[in-house]
Write a protein that binds this ligand. Sequence first.
Ligand code: SF4
Length: 889
Amino acid sequence: MDGSAPPAAVRTTCPYCGVGCGVLASSRADGTVAIAGDPAHPANFGRLCSKGAALGETLSIRGRVLHPEIGGRRVGWSEALDAVAEGFARTIREYGPDSVAFYVSGQLLTEDYYVANKLIKGFLGTANIDTNSRLCMASSVAGHRRAFGSDTVPGNYQDLDLADLVVLVGSNLAWCHPVLFQRIVAARRSRPDMKVVVIDPRRTTTAEEADFHLALRPGSDAALFNGLLAYLHRAGARNVAFLDRHTVGEGPALTAAAATGSITAVAEACDLPAGDIEAFYQLFSARERAVTVYSQGVNQSSSGTDKVNAIINCHLFTGRIGRPGMGPFSVTGQPNAMGGREVGALANQLAAHMDFSPADLDRVRRFWRAPNLATRPGFKAVDLFRAVGDGRIKAVWIMATNPVVSLPESDSVRAALEACPLVVVSDGSRANETSRYADILLPSLLWSERDGSVTNSERRVSRQRPFRPAPGEARADWWILSQVAARLGFGDAFAYRNAAQIFREHAALSAFENRGERDFDLGGVATLDDGAYARLEPTSWPVRANDRKPVERLFGNGRFFTADGRAALVAVVARSPAHAPDPVFPLVLNTGRVRDQWHTMTRTAIPRLMEHTPEPFVAVHPEDAALLDVAEGDLAHVDSRWGRAALRVRLSPAQRRGEIFVPMHWSWPLAAASAANRTVNPATDPLSGQPELKHTPVRLSRFRAAWQGTILSRMPLELGSLGYSAAIPANDHWTYEIAGEDSLTEVWQHLVSQIGEGSEDRMDVQDSALGRYRSAWFRTGRVEACLFMDSQGELPPRRLLAGFFSSRELSLADRCSLLAGRAAGPVRDEGPMICVCHGVSRKQIDAAIAGGDATVEVLGRNLKAGTNCGSCIPELRQLLLVAKPCEVA
Ligand code: SF4
């Protein structure tokens, strides 16, 4: 401490998930940043999850894109912007406006999003702009619009505190939206009669905490909720006044629901015991204050929109919407998926929640003074990259997203970008694999440097505020877009000075000729001056100009944004997923997230967040594993008609038989052969265009590697193409787990030539008869790297090897011990890190439980485990349950 007052914290917003937690960021004199939850933010009241709490460790400029590049050559901004403008202008001139496209991201701030959408739809004359939020919640958007006439989330997070029943459908909230989940857990603790039901094929950490888990057949959600609607009808739960005055479509919806059949038929469709279904239906029927939370498990489906409407139908039928403690509630995966919806960055929307109707086109054209407004929807994400692949799109600009990893059938996306005449990528990180396909690479700002706003899942607009200077020549996305717009001759419409000016225009458009007919309205904040914008508190919309009090819930008055003001119950026919398992591909692949990772790991691959799940894996039910002849820790191939991934096997009784789970995070540069989306089928929902990321027929087989190996290196390595390789960062080195089918000797020779740059000497041990090769590199007495390869897969414990990297000086005996795979001193195997906030390992927790710690609270008191973000509390409870099954309530 230097005795001076600590720097004031900057109030900003977490850049990861749609919970939208408020963050206090304080830059210290030594350049590090302290992160804390913002106690005044209504999304989190001071809480952060493990990812949010680790934000301060993700701010290194290593791996940043610092300067514009053309063809890998550093250039000035002027040259790069000229090249982008000239490339887009030439393409439009030769092939028309629909030959160009933008692919944008829920990571962008609303102001960036607004400018991108305005440029392409208003001035370039095409609606070929789509956002990666298409992969996350497009089915909810389509379902909302069918039911409500608008893309409106009716309630807010407070409803989770007030509900008597929370139903979580297709949502591992405990891992994917941890702060919201902890809010539910806290509400249930204070009101023990509150019930939590989880509907998910997997017994996730969320399901472990629930009162009731329905492990339904993947894809059968619509049958389950159709059955619920029919049950509610039979049970007399019809809200007569609400239905008669405020809805249409009840008859056809009930007829379609009845067609799903009896509870026994629903049980068969969902592969669940009829008694469990009836118990859930009774619970839902009896509890008026019911919130149904749903996310990717519902949305990422070829019938996602129908599933959303099947859920909404049950809430409309009972009038449980827009009042405290009740309603359907879509939670978004991305920090600003909602902002993208607001500005119209989906190909089938216009701007400010308007669409391509003649009236909306006329209104937006006049507001923007747009000479060349697109008049029809453009390509949605999967189709957009198909159009790149077949040459219909010849110039694409990708902003802040990684489609070569995140889209289904991702190898075809790679091929499409390879063939595309002009690929522009603006991003802050070189860890974005898509940047490798860029003809023009533009450095943009990342969190901590950005200035603008985001909207969370409950319609709350919060500010992201900068607290660090931009590195290198990185610039805001809105600035880059505006500069290109000016070069294309649209300077007057894009003469923005700052984010505040863009926000005012965006808010003014939302209020333009809006007398309450449109849900999205920021008119009450459309005239903020720059200072008021800088101080803007979290504000939920609509906030109308004539009544600046934000509206917390919508539809409580029974007024919807349809032509007749009534909500629509939609007749839903339960459909099977697009591709069914068959004898060649007999298993069902489900993809999703793990607790401490985010998207394609471009920001969260830091040592602390890698400790919980260091390697890409495939979760397999133990009985399936026995049939497939794979065991815990084996390597396996997952193959589909669309591609292959190599993964580490994890046995998991949480899986249903016949179904496997693979996290979607890993790909180049950490684990190039393990990208789940290489295998995922490209089927999409016909209305929303959202891909079916959670249901692909696959087969699983043991990866019979000719050898396995491990490398520990102080320097990160480029290993080239191997059958399997997973890079795991630690504080003082990287670990690489490798395996392959090629000749061990040849690969060893290749690797030896790649490793140990700058080292002074190398020691080798080779036994070609046994197929065992070991090498270590040293410099100034320290080990720089070591490589172990073995045809039998017999490798030393990694913790043992890691121990040598903390020694400053290794004696000859130490070096020999290293190569022999013997510890220089005692080695403690702590097992996986359970509480990453306080660094509490599995072994420490096991020991504490064995020593008498009997509750999560006692473990928290004695070890601090679970006392910060709470993300590990469900795992602590599981460890207690396994150790003391009769003592844990
Ligand atoms: Fe960030 Fe975690 Fe909050 Fe999501 S729940 S916004 S990842 S701190």
